[in-house]
Write a protein that binds this ligand. Structure first.
Ligand SMILES: [Zn+2]
Length: 475
């Protein structure tokens, strides 16, 4: 039998607020353990949570960026479970009345067509403490770090609209790009500020039943999300073909062995309305303020880029996917540079270099102005493309200006006419028979002689001037 996969994702995103969700402790989980705590986020009896306005605003921006409808009223519940990372015995989460419902993201499907993947709802919740497993001598011990306890999360629950690893990876990529645009979250899977759980089930192709699903956790990159889903599809297909029923349980992705393994379940209790946190009631005025605060989102920006700067759809997409790159691009263009050339240099040289360094553009310290100086030198033929690449690499690793780098590295093109004339004269005299060929109509000789001239100038000859001189000499 042919099966098809039914995949839904639950994504936890940590909001980058200054403080935690219900207290004034800094939202910095990476600090020295148990530094950022108070009676509220240590969950001591009698401590009273108060909802952070900043967290509510950032959660709302995130919901709007994912096309969700903010609910007029939402509220927190106590999600009861018992575990050492949650000593109070319940997590404040929105179960019955989530902040927003019914969103979507559009992705390019495997067939190249636009595919809309729906979001069921997005709710807010507090994160739990972090368990650190170590050994003391030979005895395994577990430590609890409360820095993360009570930090603000949103959980984005999709509809089971994805059919393949491709769909799931595109969904995470697009959603991450939209969320980063709002400035509400960093969304780093490596650092755990975006965490993906996948629900995967199979059904006979062509039917619309929803079968028992397996939840897979612990994937810390988009590629791992794809690989874990692909692995589960194969594993479940083999189970079904052997006649084994699929039993509801949770599995962990093992990135080393590249397999999923069954994990022990935490006890999950009921969800009961919380009496201590006030209900959230959204007014039209406040909501309008939030909608107005939303930046220009990538889809719209892409359209504007292709119109305003005459970029191709691919160029416009590549320049608009990440907010920092899109802003960098526009700032460079403002320095009076041709937009397509700027886009081309960013796509072909800058983005791959950032990827190699695993750095954001801000982390490299490369400002639009410094990059623009390099492009202007290329534009004015002061250096050629090969030299430009070397200059860019040095711009990214230091704070020298493009001019200084060009000067020190002797990258400047030779545009001095007498120097270039000498080169051409030498070549023309050494290749007299080729010159005759050219005059007899073999125009290919021009390219051959140009190649020799570039080589003779050690790649630094200004090709435009060289060609002018050569044309004159051959004419
Ligand atoms: Zn606190």
């Amino acid at each position: 039998m042919k099966y098809e996969a039914v995949v839904g994702l639950e994504i936890h995103v940590q909001l980058n607020t200054a403080t935690k969700l219900f207290c004034d402790c800094p939202n910095r989980p990476g600090d020295e353990p148990n530094r950022n705590t108070c009676p509220i986020c240590l969950w001591l009896p009698g401590a009273f949570p108060k909802l952070s306005q900043e967290a509510l605003e950032k959660a709302t921006l995130a919901c709007l960026a994912l096309n969700c409808t903010i609910q007029p009223e939402s509220a927190f519940d106590q999600k009861v479970y018992y575990y050492p990372d949650l000593p109070k015995g319940f997590q404040l989460s929105q179960h019955h009345k989530p902040l927003s419902r019914n969103g979507w993201v559009d992705v390019i499907g495997e067939d190249g067509k636009m595919k809309r993947l729906r979001i069921h709802h997005i709710h807010m919740e507090e994160d739990v403490a972090k368990l650190v497993h170590e050994t003391e001598g030979k005895i395994p011990i577990s430590l609890v770090d409360f820095n993360r306890a009570g930090t603000p999360l949103i959980e984005i629950v999709s509809e089971p609209d994805m059919r393949s690893p491709h769909d799931a990876m595109e969904y995470v990529k697009t959603l991450r790009s939209q969320l980063r645009y709002t400035g509400a979250a960093e969304c780093s899977m490596e650092q755990g500020t975006l965490r993906v759980d996948a629900n995967i089930s199979l059904r006979p192709k062509g039917t619309d039943e929803l079968n028992t699903k397996i939840e897979v956790k612990n994937m810390n990159s988009i590629r791992n999300v794809g690989d874990a889903i692909a692995y589960e599809i194969v594993r479940q297909t083999e189970c079904l073909e052997r006649g084994e029923p699929i039993v509801l349980h949770t599995r962990l992705w093992d990135p080393e062995k590249r397999v999923t393994t069954a994990m022990r379940e935490k006890f999950a209790g009921p969800c009961i309305p919380d009496p201590s946190v006030a209900k959230i009631t959204v007014t039209d005025t406040w909501l309008k303020k939030m909608v107005d605060a939303l930046p220009e989102m990538p889809g719209r920006k892409m359209e504007r880029f292709s119109k305003e700067y005459n970029l191709t759809p691919e160029e416009a997409l590549s320049m608009s996917q990440e907010r920092d790159i899109s802003e960098f691009f526009e700032d460079v263009v403002k320095e009076n540079l041709p937009p397509r050339k700027v886009a081309s240099w960013i796509t072909t040289h800058l983005l791959p270099a950032l990827k190699d360094r695993n750095q954001t553009i801000r982390e490299t310290g490369l400002t639009p102005k410094r990059f623009a100086v390099l492009l202007a030198m290329l534009e004015k033929d002061e250096i050629n493309a090969n030299a430009g690449k070397e200059v860019l690499s040095q711009l990214l690793s230091g704070d020298q200006s493009a001019e200084e780098i060009v000067k020190k590295g002797h990258f400047r093109q030779i545009s001095d006419t007498s120097e270039l004339e000498a080169i051409i004269d030498q070549i023309v005299s050494e290749h007299a028979s080729d010159v005759v060929d050219y005059r007899n109509g073999n125009l290919k000789v021009m390219g051959f002689l140009m190649g020799l001239a570039m080589k003779a100038s050690q790649g630094k000859g200004n090709p435009k001037i060289l060609k002018e001189i050569l044309t004159k000499r051959l004419g």
